[in-house]
Design a protein around this ligand. Structure first.
Ligand code: FAD
Length: 586
């Protein structure tokens, strides 16, 4: 629409300017030619450049210079008419570029994942913005598995919308106010508790980190955006930046091109928008994304360990593998088993075989791990190879009116549980920057500003997640315990006296300071602030509901076991999972 309107501006100008050219005669013809050439230069420069911001402004300068030269020439003969022409052209162009409720900024979001939906919600609250999400999947299936939302992201969500936040709290489980940390899997004792999770949140007076089921989060977000904002079965394949701040032409696979003022690539780790912007392959070795060396297996079950209400999550650490368990509400425990597996190495495909593989990989680990695996229905066990990429600090996430967000620009390992949280921070920042724009000509600068505001924080978290993952893979092992002497009662190579085991044993004295810095840094971004009393009341309300839900779920399961209907109960609670969905959408 803006493109068409721009054409209208030029034809109006041409019409108004016609007498001037006619009067100017031969020179005016030269001037008109220059104007036309300038417009073509503008179009070519904008379309070809890899930096829309620079190209638009350079092209505009070239066009402006050529055009003003033309009018100056004609002005020698009929100065008054020419000045009137120029000022009306400028006024018309400015009016067309202006962002207002009548002429809102049209934003297209490629990808309706966590980041895209959150961005859409935030944009929907701005009267000067209109937003459409183009999502490749044909419909949103409910899929299982929890997502951790850390204190920083909770603050972002609350600042975006209070109702959205309250709806989230209705399904939320706080973990950060309970015991969390690294566990020695041989001795089944805390190796390094994450006390800083709570103390850092308390310091900033933030609600604690916690978890919500992904399908619940998705449903909450889908209900929060206006109807019709999301368009399924729309796979974005590329874009073309239009000249003169006329916006972007978004190309869709097998569909029509769509024009808008701003395109945000929220299309995940295998982003088509990033591939074009950074001139990389979308997938494979040329994509910049690499296999992390880990496959993660995941499963979930209704389960009641003795410490269910006291513990948020535990990370059992060992050589080349670790096992994470988390309370995810409604009496359930989710587990993730990270196993170092060479690229291309085969892992079992059938669900029963997958579970057996995980059981074998964690044999001899804490009884809690064994019991949990035993209790997990085989058909909930899934696996996924993990990919990430190193931080791309020097590469802008923006190209004129196009920008990247979320996993598209900073895909990270899940160690810190921050990938989705960072996508939410991106969404928040994009809206902060765009809503400051009065004219479409300010959009490229605003998006560069968004990139500059976000790149160091997101890259630090992305880098930290990668380093943590690499260190775990290369150096971590069972710690040595001085009181057990030189040999270990757990067997050779299992926590006995050797260089790595001793180093890991003493590392635990250093780690609390590192985690303190880490959590302080993570939570230091919090646009919305609560009082300590508000936080406590929120936590109490949420955790009272959590206790009731959990006890009801355990009672229902016990009854099903007694009646011999536990299989039917599990079937009823089964949903296609996050992993399945991710695999389907590749
Ligand atoms: C095992 C695991 C555990 C994790 N745990 C956590 C956690 O606890 N907390 C946390 O914050 N993060 C976690 N993450 C990371 C988190 O899932 C991602 O960072 C987050 O989903 C990124 O959101 P996004 O919107 O950028 O991308 P995605 O969620 O990947 O969404 C991208 C969307 O774009 C669509 N799409 C893709 N290509 C196109 C196209 N060409 N056109 C149109 N649509 C397209 C996809 O279908 C999808 O809907 C975890 C990741 C993994 C793998």
């Amino acid at each position: 629409m803006a493109g068409a309107a721009m054409l209208a501006v030029y034809s109006t100008s041409g019409g108004a300017g016609a007498p001037a050219f006619a009067v100017a005669g031969g020179r005016a013809a030269t001037a008109a030619t220059r104007h036309a050439v300038a417009s073509r230069v503008t179009a070519r420069a904008s379309a070809k450049s890899s930096s829309g911001e620079k190209s638009s402004s350079v092209a505009a300068l070239v066009a402006g210079a050529a055009a003003s030269g033309a009018f100056a020439l004609s002005g020698n003969r009929r100065g008054k008419v020419s000045r009137t022409f120029r000022s009306s052209r400028v006024k018309l162009q400015a009016a067309n570029l202006e962002i207002s409720e009548e002429n809102p900024l049209r934003v297209i979001i490629a990808g309706g994942g966590v980041g895209g939906l959150m961005l859409a919600k935030a944009l929907s609250k701005e009267p000067t913005m209109r937003c459409t999400i183009l999502e490749q999947t044909n419909q949103f299936a409910r899929f299982g598995g929890p997502i951790q939302i850390a204190s920083n992201a909770l603050s972002v969500i609350r600042d975006i919308d209070e109702t959205l936040f309250n709806n989230l709290m209705d399904k939320f489980t706080f973990t950060g106010c309970r015991q969390n940390g690294l566990v020695d899997p041989l001795r089944n004792e805390w190796y390094c508790p994450f006390d800083a999770m709570k103390t850092s949140a308390d310091h900033f007076e933030l609600p604690y980190t916690g978890v919500v089921d992904r399908p619940d989060l998705q449903e909450i977000l889908l209900n929060a955006i206006p109807e019709g904002m999301l368009q399924n079965s729309q796979k974005v394949s590329g874009y073309e930046v239009l000249p003169d701040y006329a916006g972007v032409k978004v190309q869709t696979k097998g569909g029509e091109d769509v024009e808008c003022d701003v395109l945000i690539g929220n299309d995940g780790i295998w982003s088509a928008i990033r591939a074009q912007m950074w001139d990389e392959d979308q997938k494979g070795p040329g994509s910049g994304c690499t296999y992390s060396g880990y496959i993660v297996f995941a499963g979930e079950t209704i389960y009641k360990p003795d410490d269910y209400f006291d513990v948020g999550y535990k990370v059992y650490m060992g050589p080349k593998r670790y096992f994470v368990t988390s309370d995810v509400g409604r009496g359930r425990i989710q587990w993730y088993a990270f196993v170092a597996v060479g690229e291309g190495e085969q892992v079992p495909r059938g669900p029963r075989e997958k579970k057996d593989y995980v059981k074998a990989a964690f044999q001899g680990w804490s009884q809690q791990v064994q019991d949990l695996l035993e209790a997990t229905p085989s058909d909930t066990v899934e696996d996924r190879s993990l990919y990430d990429r190193p931080p791309s600090v020097g590469r802008s996430w923006a190209d004129g009116p196009v920008a990247l967000a979320g996993d598209a620009c900073h895909p990270m390992m899940p160690n810190l549980g921050q990938g989705g949280c960072q996508a939410m921070e991106d969404a928040y920042m994009i809206v902060q920057k765009l809503k400051g724009c009065k004219s479409r000509s300010e959009v490229p600068d605003a998006l560069q500003d968004y990139y500059r505001s976000r790149v160091f924080r997101a890259s630090a978290i992305q880098g930290l997640s990668r380093i943590a993952s690499d260190l775990l893979l290369s150096t971590f092992t069972f710690p040595w315990k001085p009181s057990e002497g030189l040999s270990s009662p757990h067997g050779k190579g299992r926590g006995d006296f050797n260089y790595n085991a001793v180093a890991v044993s003493y590392l635990k004295y250093l780690l609390p300071s590192i985690f303190n810095i880490q959590f302080s840094f993570l939570y230091s971004y919090h646009p919305f602030k609560w009082t300590a009393a508000e936080v406590q009341s929120l936590v109490k309300k949420t955790m009272d509901r959590h206790r009731k839900d959990s006890e009801a779920a355990w009672a229902q399961r016990e009854e099903a076991v007694r009646d011999g209907t536990v299989g039917a109960l599990e079937e009823e609670q089964k949903k296609p999972s996050f992993f399945t969905l991710a695999a389907q959408t590749k």
